[in-house]
Design a protein around this ligand. Sequence first.
Ligand code: F0G
Length: 452
Amino acid sequence: MSEQATKTGTSISMLRCIGCGRTALADRFRCEHCRDLLEIIYPGWDERGPGGLSSAALKQLWRNRRSSLDPVDQSGVWRFREILPEISSHKIITIREGNTPVYELPHCAKSAGMKQLFAKHQGMNPTGSFKDTGMTVAASFARHAGYRWVACASTGNTSASMAAYAARGGLHSLVLIPDGKISWSKLSQSLDYGAITCQLKTDFDGCVRVLNEVVERMPVYLLNSVNPYRVEGQKTAAFELLEQFDWQPPDHIIVPGGNLANSSAIGKALREMKQLGFISQLPKVSVIQAEGANPLVRTIRETSGEKLVPVHAETMATAIRIGNPASWKKALRVIRETGGTVEQVSEVEIAVAKAEIGAEGIGCEPASAVTLAGLKKLVKSGFVKANESVVLVLTGHLLKDSEFTLKFHRGDLFTGTPQQSEAEVVKTHQRAPLVLEPSVDAVIALLQSAEK
Ligand code: F0G
């Protein structure tokens, strides 16, 4: 690709370095001068707005597209295409991602000490995670730019998503995942969708190091979240969320933090919505990490955000088992700009929060449950007030990690001995499967005892 910019409708998108501000070629990931990450900007918006339309006209257009029969309009990502880089419509790969629900969680609200609580469930995407919203844009760009191969290193969800979009788009895909440290359901997805799947005897950060070299040497397009097109797609979840709130911003948005692209994408969307006059106030974006995989929390608490503190990551929430997050500077900027914060939560807190979200009839994977666990702490510390409006971003579907769920309910998730108080909290949420004789009386006796 030799052009500096890709045309979008009536505006132009360009890649710009987040560090030195220099522009870059359309298929690069890092600045050639300072090695910082790149982001997509739309210089034409200042004069004409996206697609030359006002915010009121865009709101109407995006809503109307939901009743269209065109697959591109039916996508909850591409219906917002005026705020995305232009990709020829015949190159677009869509599995009708986005358009995910917002649920109210009354019991979780109570348990967190809130009057009301909402969750935007990104696990309701076609492959069961928020990754689909970014993947549809980046995989489509790969096709548009003429690549035949795409690749990613992953903790399981990116790989599942990439494999699906590659298959739909006629691309070959290569997946590098940490051996034995991702859930079976995620691994099975990338196998079923036909990716070449390699389990490397290392962690996620090790897989990233290997892949970065591979893509330097081979004509393979990198679909990790350093890819700025992924961030553009993921951005639409925040536009959609605001649409679902009739463009009244909530006070807080709470996001799990792994490689930190999702928080970056949500923050970029909010910044753009403010720039374009969709909203006048920014919700506070807060990022929650697992205690054992807390590089952003440590970076902010120990260096005031000056320097990344990489960690050796360890958590049962395998999706966010990441010690050296690529997008930490972008996420830090979002937290600062919006007045959000960071928090970390323990393994027991994650498991209990996950069970609580499950008991609402919604469910999510462990990494998503850090949001509720983190909210409880933010309410206790006074950062979030009981009457404020809060949206948790649930990133993955409950069925992404059934093993975790089964182990929790059977009582063998925690092999060490959690403290007495923790053990009791865990117990109140456990629903172990009951094995009974095939007798009517036995089932009725059980029902009667459950009524008491
Ligand atoms: N939640 C889930 C379910 C995830 O799969 C991930 C990341 C995150 C949260 C964190 O998002 O990295 O943007 O901060 N999973 C990646 C993967 C790394 O490879 O699937 P982030």
